[in-house]
Design a protein around this ligand. Sequence first.
Ligand code: ADP
Length: 476
Amino acid sequence: MHKKMFINGEWITEDNNATLPVHNPATGEVIGSIPNGGAKEANKAVQAAEQHLEDWSSRTAEERGDLLIKWRDIISANEDKLSEIISLESGKPLHESKVEVNVTKSFLTWYAEEGKRVYGETIPASSGDKRILVIKQPIGVVGIITPWNFPAGALAKKIAPSLAAGCTLVVKPAEETPLTTILLTELAIEAGIPKGVINVVTGQPEEIGGTWLKSDAVKLITFTGSTKVGKILMKGAADKVKKLSLELGGHAPFIVFEDADLDKAVTGMMNSKFRNTGQTCVCANRIFVNKNILPQFLEKLKIAMKDLLVGPYDKSNVTTGPLINQAAYEKVTFQVEDAIKKGAVLKMGGKRIDHYSKGYFYEPTILQDVNESMEIYYNETFGPVIPIIAFEDEDKVINQANDTKYGLAAYIFTESLNKAIQISEKIESGIVGINDGIPSVAQAPFGGWKESGLGKEGGRAGLEEFLETKYISIQM
Ligand code: ADP
């Protein structure tokens, strides 16, 4: 699969035909290549998006919505092909890629409708000879930078509301997983999304991102990825006072109270922790369990984890794929070894699976007696590791849960409605799942507090990111 960039309705290569390889993380094999584009292509893409902004933004919301629905239907017709590509380049099991395709479709469906509800306001004036109107307009050309862990889903969360709002786009997928974006673009063309509306540049992240940060035409950069790169973008955005929407890292607390239904807690744990092999920003990363129920919780968890089958996506019944690359494997290994050295007890797993010598397959792992002295306590894991911290005091556990620079998701397991509500209110994070390990959906605002990000994706708030508010004052 030797793919090209898509700019102004044309598939193009880098001038010197420079390419980057794309790997299958399960085997290390090269499965394709993409152009190693940079500033030149990033600028060309912006010119195209700028040139077609007026046409796209002046179409009716119905017309744009109809095209999003057509795109969704073409995605449905190509569901198997798309799921296969997602698994091939990200390593996730096929059933998870199918869920991701459904999530992608749900964002297109929801924003195709919501784009029709970009309402303005009229406000009573202070004098009889004045009128006050407020209108919402598309922000303009949007730069989209996506990560490898949800190559379709993360893109859909940005592309559906921005197109519905009337923006034109320049998109840079992650180097690890560009093929999904390219296939989705091919399907968008088939759906009739006009030329210049979606432009895809692949290659050098810093150059491409840097070009868009410097461009006057790009009015917003929406990014999903690490907090480290989010901070680089914030610094780079200062010069142009460019708007950013950032979906960054997380370090979600998962609190199991004494009165929790342990079956629900274990199901929530399995869903939250092992989706994408623990490589999501909302994964449960610090597991606080009331000490009186810890033995029963552990027993049930171990039984559930026995059903996990780690392996390449094309092997039947696989539930859990590889880590994305060597750096991810090294990080997980370091966190586990550091925790054990400092007193954590290894209850399950704890090492690489040797018989897949090419991919970075890691055993589903449980660590008990984790504490504040360990690296895993404060830093995002991005791997299939469950670090357990026993607690007694409910006030203290809330402080522990909030003792992190991150604030994306948190999970609470209790059968007490009062406790669930009170603790949800005290948790410093943008998303709380009560007895729910997978809370994200198209119609709800997903986004982090603290160093987990700025802005929201999904729901009404996710559309606002791509709109500017204009106040019109009329002297009669
Ligand atoms: P991860 O560590 O999970 O790979 P990154 O934050 O490094 O996450 O990458 C997320 C996305 O950000 C990818 O598309 C990557 O190419 C892009 N990226 C990385 N560095 C930069 C940068 N300096 N400017 C713009 N984009 C970047």
